[in-house]
Design a protein around this ligand. Sequence first.
Ligand SMILES: Cc1ncc(COP(=O)(O)O)c(C=O)c1O
Length: 454
Amino acid sequence: MRADDPFLDRYAHGTKAMTASEIRALFAVASRPEIASLAGGMPYTAGLPFDVIGDVVADVLEREGPAALQYGGGHGDPRLRDALPELMAFEGIHASGEDVVITQGSQQALDILGRMFCDPGDVIVAEGPTYVGALSAFSQYQVEVRHVPMDADGLDPEILEQTLEQLKQEGRRAKFLYTVPNFHNPAGVTLAEERRDQVLELARRHRVLVLEDNPYGMLGFEGDPPAALRARDADNVVYLGTLSKVFCPGLRVGWALMPPALTERLVIVKEAADLSSSNLTQAIAYRYFAHYPWKETLKSLREVYRIRRDAVLEALDEAFIPEMGCTWTHPKGGFYVWLQLPEQLDARAMLAKAISARVAYVPGGAFYADGQGTSSLRLCYSFPPPERLQEGVRRLAGVVREELALARALDGMRAAGAGDALSRDPVRKTAGDGGARPRPQPPLPHDSRAVNPR
Ligand SMILES: Cc1ncc(COP(=O)(O)O)c(C=O)c1O
């Protein structure tokens, strides 16, 4: 944001505080060729079958050019709407195309659902950490976000219950629970089967709508995740899907499968935003899924991501020795690993040193609305080749080792009475207890196997 912005006094409240997301700001630096970037969550589009996509595009123009280049309906191309339930059936969902509303990626669905449900001051509940794009979409509507922590089995239902009860005591009710149950961005964990019904029961009991955002559900490396939340409750769950991770993010095709009572209202709100999604990209998506072997492409993408996941975990095991006190998640699908540093390190402050060491990541604080997550960070393995990922992890380990050595030496000096002069170092948080030992790790994103880091 420009300090001398001449329009600053005229922006709407909801957008006044908006700044370029941490991730967007990072892209410029992270895309320099010398940087091994584990920052941006970009799908590996070079792995797509360009010959097939070329045929699909030619087919669309030849067979339905004038219609494909025309405006479309706000609800979305009926052929695509009717084809998408076949994809969702892999997650146990039985749905009608009538309740599918096509959106421009699931990001647009997050925005219009925020618009549809949230007034300034409303509360929503989300995992902590949560998807940064959801935080920016909802922040425009000036909501308060209450985070519920996760462990290796995803969202913690007990803490969810406490949070919903607490809100009740305050005389408030969350407008919705926003959740990414599968291969979470950024935490890399998946909501366990036995927790799914618990979460839904709590949501129903407290009359809280559930927004299930599921871009990665079809990218499992070790079998499929449990049946979707939407498969278990069609009346209280909005399911968000997207072709961005299983096909092309550039098409900007996503969808919301709505509880029937909400479908029409979403269409009306969406039409006010954009009249219609692109007819052309919907036609391309429809033809691809209806007439081409998309499951083959998906299979090969999964394999690409599995190999990259393995490369990152192997490098973490080798480079982050147990003495460093770091823990990380072990994703069974998707794009992300969440790394917990010892509590006295601040991942945001450490980033400048990491960039100098030619590695980039996203600091964990970006994924919270309330300042948590300072000593954690997200690693994304979807884009760089395996050797590059491993090099990045080794560079990162070097930075963390140096910071830790410094922090421990300074903590030792502080314990010996050297005091205040040391608290100015930007990378370390000042340990409130002044002790030389790291404080216990917060409960969040750890894999049970990672409590003792491997
Ligand atoms: C959890 C989650 N939701 C939504 C999106 C938005 O995806 P798109 O708008 O491309 O469908 C992303 C993209 O990274 C994501 O990770």
